[in-house]
Every structure is written in C-alpha cells, then in structure tokens.
Design a protein around this ligand. Structure first.
Ligand code: HEM
Length: 137
C-alpha cells in the first residue's frame, strides 16, 4: 500500500523518533534506521524531512544499502509548485551507464590512435636525427 505524500507532509517528520527522507522522489521512513546506520545518526538527522537524494548518492551506498532502503519505502512524493526541486534528476540506471560506456569507448579508440601516431612521429624524428648525426660525422 503505497501512499502519496506532499513535501510539506514529509517535512513534518524530521525528528529522531519520526524521520522521513525523500530519495529519488520516493518517501522513506528512516526512523528504525537511525540507531543502526553505519554512517551514523547525525547525517540522517541532517536530512530528516528533506530530500536526501544527493547525500545518499554522494556516499556511494552499496546494493545492500539500497535493499535496506527498499524495505523502508512508504510512498511517493508529490511535488507541488514552490517545493524544492529534485536534488538529482534521475537515478543512475544501468542503461545510462551503458551509454556512458560506449562514449568512453569512442574516446579510447581516439586515444589509441593518438598514441600510435605519436609513437610513429617520435620514431621518425629519432631516425631523422640519427641520420643527420651520421652525415655530420
Ligand atoms: C535512509 C536512507 C539510508 C540508508 C538505507 C543507508 C544505509 C547505509 C548502509 C547499509 C551503510 C553501510 C555501508 C553500505 O552498505 O553502503 C551506510 C553507510 C553510510 N551512510 Fe548511509 N544510508 C542512508 C542514508 C544516508 C544519508 C542521507 C547519508 C548522508 C550523508 C548517509 C551516509 C553514510 C555514510 C557516510 C556511510 C559510510 C560509513 C562508513 O563507511 O564508515 N547515509 N548507509
């Protein structure tokens, strides 16, 4: 049973004994987590009743942490005009990563070409200089 909460409703739960956070526009009840959180209670209290997406993602939480998160979901956030904007526009999905991968693949091919051409040029220069030295002697 998934609820829809407004940002104002989430903000009303910002104390240790009643702590909601928003991550990727879903609302989580982090109350039970406060005492067990490996990152400490302070960081959770800091984002209590607010959008914690950026803080959560910046830490680079493990898949296990994401599973814990799934167990805490209570509903979806309904953004209303005037509410704070999403901190991070979209979760980094595997398809995004694949896209980035192919881009860096292109870049890598370019870099290889550069290294090979650079090597060839250096070899040519070396040979040329050697030849000149040879003529001088
Ligand atoms: C309600 C959502 C959250 C859940 C379910 C959660 C869960 C966890 C878990 C399971 C770990 C252990 C390491 C891992 O598996 O990645 C962890 C570590 C950590 N978390 Fe969170 N966390 C949440 C929110 C936050 C937020 C908002 C912050 C803010 C900065 C934060 C900061 C940290 C830090 C700094 C660590 C690393 C601790 C260490 O490696 O010593 N977490 N969290």
């Amino acid at each position: 049973m998934s609820k829809v909460l407004t940002y104002a409703e989430v903000q009303a739960h910002s104390v240790k004994k009643d702590l909601y956070v928003v991550i990727h526009d879903k609302v989580y009840d982090a109350t039970s987590l406060v005492d067990e959180h490996a990152g400490g209670e302070e960081v959770l209290l800091d984002v209590g009743g607010q959008d914690a997406t950026e803080a959560f993602e910046d830490v680079g939480h493990s898949d296990e942490a994401r599973e814990v998160l799934q167990g805490l979901v209570i509903g979806d956030l309904k953004r209303e005009p005037g509410d704070p904007k999403p901190k991070v526009s979209a979760p980094i999905s595997s398809s995004d990563r694949a896209g980035a991968g192919s881009n860096s693949g292109d870049l890598r091919v370019g870099l290889y070409a550069l290294v090979i051409l650079g090597g060839a040029a250096a070899f040519g220069a070396y040979k040329y200089l050697h030849l000149q030295e040879g003529i001088k002697v």
